[in-house]
Design a protein around this ligand. Structure first.
Ligand code: UDP
Length: 468
């Protein structure tokens, strides 16, 4: 539906999109906004924290405006306080400044109709309801992870985890404690942090829509008839998959794109990566990245560095500037014949390149979806948060890779890394994973293509917004 074009710009509903200020949360919400825009929602504003915007290296497409709120850390310093302190300060400051922003927009004559917010900011729902807005929860984690958190929120998953194998009703496979998100598995050492994570579902009965960045075909066991809202409301709120929120042109190269990435916290090194990849053979390169946040220890970095040096494959490794000191001495020069190390890249451009043979990843949810969508077999080295759960599904359910095993000190050693890379890139198992890769790439593309499962959910949302 092309509302903007058919009914005039002024008739488009006005959506305010509020991501949590981490790259892995900003990217999917920005890409989702592009899809809304493509469907005719012409009035979209991204509300981001002052600190994130001040440090952003590029900006979203001209079709969006950007406004700021404050999480109470406008000059940074989040790393100096406990997660709880951040959370509490953010709750107050975020609520106040979001209220001010909505009042400002209302008094300027462009009242917001709908708030699409990240449940890591649970207070945003209260603000949305105070203004009478349509409230949309947008989960940037997998639906399996949502499901686990939701069961814990309702008290149906007993914490701390005490059984060696845990069954949760509703479509999840049998899980071992190590398969759970760290905020669940490590409940005993920091119960307050777990409670904070579970607040994502606070007042969930008041939301109007629940979106998850996933696709039906990927998590159908969990999406069949799931609703998170078990309230007295007559109308239950279904959880809808709207992903993967990857620009269509990466998946099928048919649709044009504005090529803007938008709101990158890091400056991507693009041309040198692509030029280097262009010189490599098809499916020969290991792409290595731990996303925007994970900080593997020095020992782990050393094992990884040595494994990459020892494999017969060439590699492209993203080592963020803040992590570079963990590399062995003279490493970049030592491996220059076979490896390129950059501080950040355009990951989608890299994953879509035909030279990529496998993705050694921390299994952040976006990276996992991006790998599935571009058909890149994965070797998972999960670090924390939801990454272990994503790694488990990658290996056991989607058959798209393998999870590297840690030793008794919690380190994945070089031999194990080399074994895993060969496992996904070579032999019969490599071929099997290659077939899964082709399957998921197609299913991911179909889901967001015109009439696909995610596309229909977005279409329905847009129609409802317009009717409203
Ligand atoms: N990313 C990127 N360039 C890089 C590394 C990562 O553009 O060099 C992007 C990646 O495409 C993904 C996001 O950063 O969209 C990372 O999100 P993810 O959920 O995988 O991990 P997080 O950073 O949240 O741990």
């Amino acid at each position: 539906m092309e509302i903007g074009k058919q009914e005039g710009k002024s008739l488009s509903p006005y959506c305010l999109v509020l991501p949590f200020p981490l790259q892995g949360h900003v990217n999917p919400m920005l890409q989702f906004s592009k899809r809304l825009n493509y469907k005719g929602i012409t009035r979209i504003t991204i509300a981001i924290t002052k600190f994130f915007l001040k440090n952003a290296k590029d900006f979203p497409a001209a079709s969006f405006s950007v406004e700021t709120i404050s999480d109470g850390f406008d000059d940074g310093g989040v790393e100096k306080v406990s997660p709880q302190e951040y959370y509490n300060r953010c709750w107050k400051s975020g609520s106040d400044t979001l209220t001010e922003l909505l009042e400002k927009l209302r008094s300027s004559g462009s009242g917001v109709d709908c708030l699409i917010y990240d449940p890591f900011f649970p207070w945003a729902l209260d603000v949305a309801k105070k203004f009478g807005l349509t409230a949309v929860m947008f989960f940037t984690q997998s639906n399996s992870v949502n499901n686990i958190y939701f069961h814990a929120y309702k008290g149906e998953l007993k914490l701390p985890l005490s059984e060696p194998e845990i069954r949760i009703p509703g479509g999840l496979p049998v899980m071992k404690p190590g398969d759970f998100p760290s905020f669940i598995g490590e409940y005993e050492s920091d119960p307050e942090r777990t409670e904070m994570m579970l607040k994502q579902f606070r007042n969930v009965e008041n939301v109007d829509w629940i979106f998850v960045n996933t696709f039906y075909e990927l998590e159908q066991e969990l999406l069949k008839d799931e609703q998170f809202s078990r309230s007295s409301r007559r109308e239950l709120i279904m959880v809808r998959a709207i992903g993967p929120t990857i620009p269509s042109w990466y998946l099928d190269k048919r649709l044009p794109d504005d090529k803007s990435y938008g709101l990158n916290a890091f400056k991507p090194i693009t041309e040198p990566c692509i030029n280097w990849l262009n010189k490599q053979q098809n499916k020969s390169v290991i792409y290595v990245s731990f996303g925007s946040f994970a900080q593997p220890g020095v020992e782990q970095m050393k094992e990884l560095a040595l494994a990459l040096k020892m494999t017969k494959m060439n590699f492209l490794w993203v080592v963020r500037a803040s992590e570079e000191t963990k590399l062995p001495k003279n490493y970049i020069d030592d491996v220059s014949e076979k490896g390129l190390i950059v501080t950040w890249c355009h990951q989608l451009d890299v994953l879509a390149h035909e030279a990529i043979g496998c993705f050694l990843t921390h299994c952040g949810w976006n990276s996992t979806l991006e790998a599935l969508s571009s058909g890149a077999p994965m070797v998972g080295l999960p670090q924390w948060s939801d990454q272990s759960t994503n790694a488990k599904f990658t290996e056991d359910v989607w058959k798209m890779g393998v999870r590297a095993q840690k030793d008794e000190n919690g380190i994945v050693r070089r031999d194990e890394i080399i074994r895993c890379v060969s496992y996904v890139m070579e032999g019969e198992i490599g071929e099997e994973i290659g077939r899964s890769a082709i399957k998921w790439k197609k299913l991911a593309r179909d889901a967001v293509d015109e009439g696909g499962s995610s596309d229909r959910n977005i279409e329905e949302f847009v129609s409802a917004l317009v009717r409203f």
